[in-house]
Write a protein of this length. Structure first.
Length: 221
Protein backbone atom coordinates (compact mmCIF):
# COMPACT_ATOMS: atom_id res chain seq x y z
CA UNK A 1 0.00 0.00 0.00
CA UNK A 2 1.08 3.56 -0.73
CA UNK A 3 0.36 6.76 1.16
CA UNK A 4 -0.08 10.22 -0.38
CA UNK A 5 -0.19 13.36 1.79
CA UNK A 6 -1.71 16.49 0.24
CA UNK A 7 -0.23 19.53 1.95
CA UNK A 8 -0.78 23.27 2.05
CA UNK A 9 -0.02 25.52 4.99
CA UNK A 10 -1.80 28.42 3.30
CA UNK A 11 -5.58 28.48 3.54
CA UNK A 12 -7.56 28.72 0.32
CA UNK A 13 -4.99 26.96 -1.85
CA UNK A 14 -7.50 24.26 -2.83
CA UNK A 15 -5.90 21.41 -0.89
CA UNK A 16 -9.15 19.69 0.05
CA UNK A 17 -10.65 20.04 -3.43
CA UNK A 18 -7.53 18.45 -4.87
CA UNK A 19 -7.51 15.70 -2.21
CA UNK A 20 -11.09 14.72 -3.02
CA UNK A 21 -10.51 14.83 -6.77
CA UNK A 22 -7.41 12.65 -6.54
CA UNK A 23 -9.07 10.18 -4.18
CA UNK A 24 -11.99 9.78 -6.58
CA UNK A 25 -9.60 9.60 -9.55
CA UNK A 26 -7.78 6.74 -7.82
CA UNK A 27 -11.10 5.00 -7.16
CA UNK A 28 -12.15 5.40 -10.79
CA UNK A 29 -8.80 3.95 -11.86
CA UNK A 30 -9.58 0.78 -9.93
CA UNK A 31 -7.48 1.60 -6.88
CA UNK A 32 -8.78 0.55 -3.47
CA UNK A 33 -8.55 3.92 -1.80
CA UNK A 34 -9.27 5.53 1.55
CA UNK A 35 -9.16 9.25 2.27
CA UNK A 36 -7.91 9.97 5.79
CA UNK A 37 -9.24 13.39 6.79
CA UNK A 38 -7.05 14.75 9.60
CA UNK A 39 -8.05 18.37 9.04
CA UNK A 40 -10.26 19.48 11.97
CA UNK A 41 -12.46 21.41 9.54
CA UNK A 42 -13.53 18.04 8.04
CA UNK A 43 -14.23 19.60 4.64
CA UNK A 44 -13.21 16.48 2.72
CA UNK A 45 -15.50 14.42 4.95
CA UNK A 46 -18.39 16.77 4.23
CA UNK A 47 -17.86 16.29 0.48
CA UNK A 48 -17.59 12.51 0.52
CA UNK A 49 -20.52 12.09 2.91
CA UNK A 50 -22.66 13.94 0.37
CA UNK A 51 -21.61 11.59 -2.41
CA UNK A 52 -24.37 9.35 -3.81
CA UNK A 53 -22.23 7.12 -6.05
CA UNK A 54 -19.74 4.58 -4.80
CA UNK A 55 -16.32 6.02 -4.11
CA UNK A 56 -13.24 5.95 -1.92
CA UNK A 57 -13.48 5.03 1.72
CA UNK A 58 -13.44 7.78 4.34
CA UNK A 59 -11.67 7.91 7.68
CA UNK A 60 -12.06 10.90 10.00
CA UNK A 61 -8.95 10.80 12.13
CA UNK A 62 -6.11 12.84 13.60
CA UNK A 63 -2.38 13.08 13.06
CA UNK A 64 -1.74 11.09 16.22
CA UNK A 65 -3.61 8.11 14.79
CA UNK A 66 -2.08 8.12 11.30
CA UNK A 67 0.39 5.30 11.83
CA UNK A 68 -2.39 3.12 13.25
CA UNK A 69 -4.62 4.09 10.31
CA UNK A 70 -1.91 3.10 7.87
CA UNK A 71 -1.46 -0.25 9.61
CA UNK A 72 -5.19 -1.01 9.32
CA UNK A 73 -5.25 0.11 5.67
CA UNK A 74 -2.37 -2.25 4.90
CA UNK A 75 -4.15 -5.04 6.80
CA UNK A 76 -7.24 -4.43 4.64
CA UNK A 77 -5.00 -4.65 1.56
CA UNK A 78 -5.92 -1.23 0.28
CA UNK A 79 -3.86 0.26 -2.53
CA UNK A 80 -3.76 3.89 -1.44
CA UNK A 81 -4.32 6.00 1.64
CA UNK A 82 -4.63 9.68 0.78
CA UNK A 83 -4.23 12.14 3.67
CA UNK A 84 -5.97 15.51 3.64
CA UNK A 85 -3.78 17.44 6.06
CA UNK A 86 -4.49 20.52 8.19
CA UNK A 87 -2.71 23.82 7.58
CA UNK A 88 -1.47 23.69 11.18
CA UNK A 89 -0.14 22.83 13.72
CA UNK A 90 3.27 22.08 12.27
CA UNK A 91 3.61 18.90 14.32
CA UNK A 92 0.55 17.41 12.61
CA UNK A 93 1.89 18.29 9.16
CA UNK A 94 5.25 16.74 10.02
CA UNK A 95 3.52 13.55 11.17
CA UNK A 96 1.67 13.35 7.85
CA UNK A 97 4.92 13.86 5.95
CA UNK A 98 6.57 11.08 7.96
CA UNK A 99 3.69 8.74 7.17
CA UNK A 100 3.68 9.45 3.44
CA UNK A 101 5.43 7.79 0.53
CA UNK A 102 4.81 10.96 -1.51
CA UNK A 103 3.92 14.50 -0.43
CA UNK A 104 1.94 16.64 -2.87
CA UNK A 105 2.43 20.32 -2.05
CA UNK A 106 -0.35 22.59 -3.32
CA UNK A 107 0.53 26.16 -4.26
CA UNK A 108 -1.31 29.06 -5.87
CA UNK A 109 0.89 31.42 -7.90
CA UNK A 110 1.06 34.05 -5.15
CA UNK A 111 3.88 35.30 -2.93
CA UNK A 112 2.36 34.02 0.34
CA UNK A 113 1.56 30.59 -1.10
CA UNK A 114 5.09 30.22 -2.44
CA UNK A 115 6.54 31.19 0.94
CA UNK A 116 4.37 28.58 2.66
CA UNK A 117 5.33 25.87 0.16
CA UNK A 118 9.02 26.68 0.62
CA UNK A 119 8.68 25.86 4.34
CA UNK A 120 6.82 22.64 3.60
CA UNK A 121 9.35 21.62 0.96
CA UNK A 122 12.16 22.13 3.45
CA UNK A 123 10.42 19.79 5.89
CA UNK A 124 9.91 17.17 3.17
CA UNK A 125 13.58 17.27 2.22
CA UNK A 126 14.73 17.24 5.85
CA UNK A 127 12.71 14.11 6.55
CA UNK A 128 14.02 12.39 3.42
CA UNK A 129 10.61 12.08 1.75
CA UNK A 130 9.60 12.34 -1.89
CA UNK A 131 7.68 15.45 -2.85
CA UNK A 132 5.93 17.03 -5.80
CA UNK A 133 4.69 20.62 -6.12
CA UNK A 134 1.52 21.38 -8.07
CA UNK A 135 0.48 24.91 -9.04
CA UNK A 136 -3.24 25.25 -8.41
CA UNK A 137 -5.87 27.86 -9.30
CA UNK A 138 -3.64 29.35 -11.97
CA UNK A 139 -5.25 32.02 -14.17
CA UNK A 140 -6.07 31.11 -17.74
CA UNK A 141 -3.62 31.62 -20.56
CA UNK A 142 -4.11 34.71 -22.68
CA UNK A 143 -3.62 34.36 -26.42
CA UNK A 144 -1.87 31.08 -25.71
CA UNK A 145 0.62 32.72 -23.35
CA UNK A 146 1.18 31.75 -19.73
CA UNK A 147 0.39 34.62 -17.33
CA UNK A 148 3.46 36.30 -15.87
CA UNK A 149 2.39 35.31 -12.33
CA UNK A 150 2.48 31.61 -13.26
CA UNK A 151 5.82 31.88 -15.04
CA UNK A 152 7.37 33.69 -12.07
CA UNK A 153 5.87 31.21 -9.60
CA UNK A 154 7.24 28.22 -11.53
CA UNK A 155 10.70 29.78 -11.69
CA UNK A 156 10.70 30.52 -7.95
CA UNK A 157 9.34 27.13 -6.94
CA UNK A 158 12.20 25.35 -8.71
CA UNK A 159 14.47 26.67 -5.96
CA UNK A 160 12.48 24.67 -3.37
CA UNK A 161 14.39 21.53 -4.30
CA UNK A 162 11.31 19.50 -5.27
CA UNK A 163 10.02 18.83 -8.80
CA UNK A 164 7.03 20.62 -10.24
CA UNK A 165 4.11 18.53 -11.46
CA UNK A 166 4.00 18.24 -15.23
CA UNK A 167 0.51 19.75 -15.22
CA UNK A 168 -0.78 22.79 -13.38
CA UNK A 169 -4.42 23.24 -12.44
CA UNK A 170 -6.35 26.26 -13.67
CA UNK A 171 -8.98 28.19 -11.80
CA UNK A 172 -12.12 26.57 -13.22
CA UNK A 173 -15.75 26.67 -12.12
CA UNK A 174 -16.02 22.90 -12.63
CA UNK A 175 -13.94 22.26 -9.52
CA UNK A 176 -16.34 24.09 -7.22
CA UNK A 177 -19.48 22.90 -9.00
CA UNK A 178 -18.46 19.24 -8.79
CA UNK A 179 -17.27 19.36 -5.19
CA UNK A 180 -20.62 20.82 -4.11
CA UNK A 181 -22.26 17.59 -5.33
CA UNK A 182 -19.73 15.15 -3.91
CA UNK A 183 -18.26 14.57 -7.35
CA UNK A 184 -14.92 14.91 -9.05
CA UNK A 185 -14.44 16.92 -12.22
CA UNK A 186 -13.89 13.57 -13.96
CA UNK A 187 -17.54 12.81 -13.33
CA UNK A 188 -18.93 16.33 -13.55
CA UNK A 189 -17.48 17.24 -16.95
CA UNK A 190 -15.93 14.13 -18.51
CA UNK A 191 -13.53 15.20 -21.20
CA UNK A 192 -13.53 18.80 -19.97
CA UNK A 193 -10.36 20.78 -19.36
CA UNK A 194 -10.48 20.32 -15.57
CA UNK A 195 -11.00 16.56 -15.96
CA UNK A 196 -8.03 16.35 -18.30
CA UNK A 197 -5.84 18.19 -15.79
CA UNK A 198 -6.82 15.92 -12.89
CA UNK A 199 -6.43 12.82 -15.05
CA UNK A 200 -2.90 13.81 -16.07
CA UNK A 201 -1.94 14.72 -12.52
CA UNK A 202 -3.26 11.39 -11.22
CA UNK A 203 -1.25 9.48 -13.82
CA UNK A 204 1.91 11.29 -12.70
CA UNK A 205 1.20 10.70 -9.01
CA UNK A 206 0.39 7.03 -9.60
CA UNK A 207 3.63 6.67 -11.54
CA UNK A 208 5.69 8.15 -8.73
CA UNK A 209 3.99 5.86 -6.24
CA UNK A 210 4.61 2.86 -8.51
CA UNK A 211 0.91 2.02 -8.55
CA UNK A 212 0.13 -0.20 -11.55
CA UNK A 213 -2.95 1.75 -12.52
CA UNK A 214 -4.37 3.05 -15.76
CA UNK A 215 -5.76 6.53 -16.21
CA UNK A 216 -9.06 7.05 -14.37
CA UNK A 217 -12.19 6.39 -16.36
CA UNK A 218 -14.33 9.51 -16.47
CA UNK A 219 -17.99 9.05 -15.65
CA UNK A 220 -20.90 11.32 -16.36
CA UNK A 221 -22.69 12.73 -13.32
Amino acid sequence: MKTLAVISRKGGAGKTTLSVNLAIAAHLAGCRTILADIDPQRSASDVLRGREADGPGLLESSAGKLFQARYHAEHERLDLMLIDTPASPEADVVTAINTADLCLLVCRPTFLDIAAVARSAEAVRRLGKNGLIVINQAPAKRAGQEPASVVKAAETLRFCGLPLAAVGLRSRAAFQQSIAHGRSVLEWEPGGAAAQEIGRLWVQVAGQLALPLAAPAARAS
